[in-house]
Design a protein around this ligand. Structure first.
Ligand SMILES: *Cc1c(COP(=O)(O)O)cnc(C)c1O
Length: 398
């Protein structure tokens, strides 16, 4: 079979081999503790589930408009107004099957062969491949833990060429948990405007921030940058609704119109029942969100403290998301089962075999000194997992 160059350009997931090994060990009855989760371990709040059930009962089971129901898009407009102080019209909002599709749609309508897209690393795994699927070139701009994994305007400027079209980033960031402050965003906005780029601001972890950190979106910096920003958000992470598959885009009308045209030939729109449930998520009581966030905070504190106490491990204290992203490179160069641990993939394999702890190698996010450890799991798992990880690391021979 001949396959398109397009699909051949997509990297097979680097995390798959580790995930497969974890699954095999589990199937053999091994007690593997999983820290790979990219989704909340909480159930969807009851009021939201009820809204979904009611939608089925009342026969809201037909196609909706391609860009989403008026009710949901109005709820999203109100959310932007109330939480971000941003004015959008209904026609600027497109609801899709998850924020991942929102980004995929954008990439397809905006970029093509010959275009370059700036992506600071560590980045969300899907950005480079989705950019490549559009035929464009992802240009990775590495950041370091010392700079809290944030790209500076100077760094970004150095990566700009005449082909550069856009900057793509998440804040709070998956996997680093870092988030840009208003002042830092002012610098990014200035950079984007100076180079006449489009910014894609992925704010799906907006509600999951800690220690009183106030989330700010890039579009909030001012009216000029708002025009050149496409905001991506969704209900998956903040409302524990990953399986409902609802994400959304807010952008200038001409972008929203092209995205809607594409979506009309792709999915015809998002699941009707999930859209009804998402209206309840956005407009109903927000108590459950705060409760989940408070629980995540307790777990984060435990995990970060435990990681920093380990030999040769140093962990940035994430201000958002539900991931820690420790630097484990202190263990690199040491030997396990006769092989030298030479990077995050080998470290992850070592951790899985020796400690029966599953994490995600940082190389998948463009940061090979690190691993991603999710705290979207129980405190008991965190305590047992950190015990085992500490023991495994201290057992390593030089
Ligand atoms: C989980 C995640 C998404 C995708 O969310 P869905 O709405 O479930 O598709 C997008 N961006 C980032 C940074 C994420 O972590």
């Amino acid at each position: 079979m001949k396959f398109s160059q397009r699909i051949q350009n997509v990297q097979p997931s680097m995390t798959m081999s580790v995930t497969d090994l974890a699954r095999r060990l589990k199937a053999q009855g091994e007690d593997v503790i999983g820290f790979g989760a990219g989704e909340p371990d909480f159930h969807t709040p009851e009021n939201i589930k009820q809204a979904g059930i009611e939608a089925i009962r009342s026969n809201q089971t037909y196609y909706t408009g391609v860009s989403g129901t008026d009710e949901l898009r109005d709820a999203i407009v109100a959310k932007f107004k109330n939480e971000n102080g941003l004015d959008y019209e209904r026609g600027q909002i497109v609801v899709s099957c998850g924020a991942k599709q929102s980004f995929y749609n954008l990439a397809q309508v905006l970029w093509e062969e010959g275009d370059e897209v700036l992506i600071p690393a560590p980045y969300w795994v899907s950005y480079p491949d989705i950019v490549a699927l559009a035929g464009a070139q992802p240009v990775i701009v590495p950041t370091t833990a010392e700079n809290e994994f944030k790209a500076s305007p100077e760094q970004l400027q150095a990566a700009v060429t005449p082909k550069t079209r856009a900057l793509v980033f998440s804040s709070p960031c998956n996997p680093s948990g870092a988030a840009y402050t208003r002042k830092e965003l002012e610098g990014l906005a200035e950079f984007v405007l100076r180079n006449n780029l489009l910014a894609v601001s992925d704010e799906i972890y907006e509600h999951l921030v800690y220690d009183g950190f106030k989330h700010v979106g890039l579009a909030e910096i001012g009216p000029e940058i708002k025009k050149q920003t496409a905001v991506i958000n969704g209900v998956s992470k903040g409302y524990a609704m990953t399986g409902w598959r609802i994400g959304y885009l807010a952008a200038e009308k001409e972008i929203a119109a092209q995205v809607s045209k594409l979506q009309g030939q792709l999915t015809s729109g998002a699941c009707t029942i999930s859209q009804v449930a998402s209206v309840e998520a956005l407009t109903g009581p927000q108590e459950a969100v705060r409760k989940m966030r408070d629980e995540f905070l307790v777990r984060r504190n435990e995990m970060v403290q435990r990681l920093n106490a380990m030999d040769g491990v140093s962990c940035y204290n994430p201000v958002g998301s539900f991931y820690t992203f420790p630097d484990v490179s202190g263990a690199y160069g040491k030997k396990f089962e006769g092989k030298t641990i030479d990077g995050s993939l080998a470290f992850t394999e070592f951790l899985l075999k020796q400690a029966k702890v599953a994490v995600v190698p940082g190389v998948a996010f463009g940061a090979d000194r690190h691993v991603r450890i999710s705290f979207a799991t129980s405190m008991d798992n965190i305590k047992r997992g950190m015990d085992r990880m500490a023991e495994a690391i201290s057992s390593l021979a030089d």
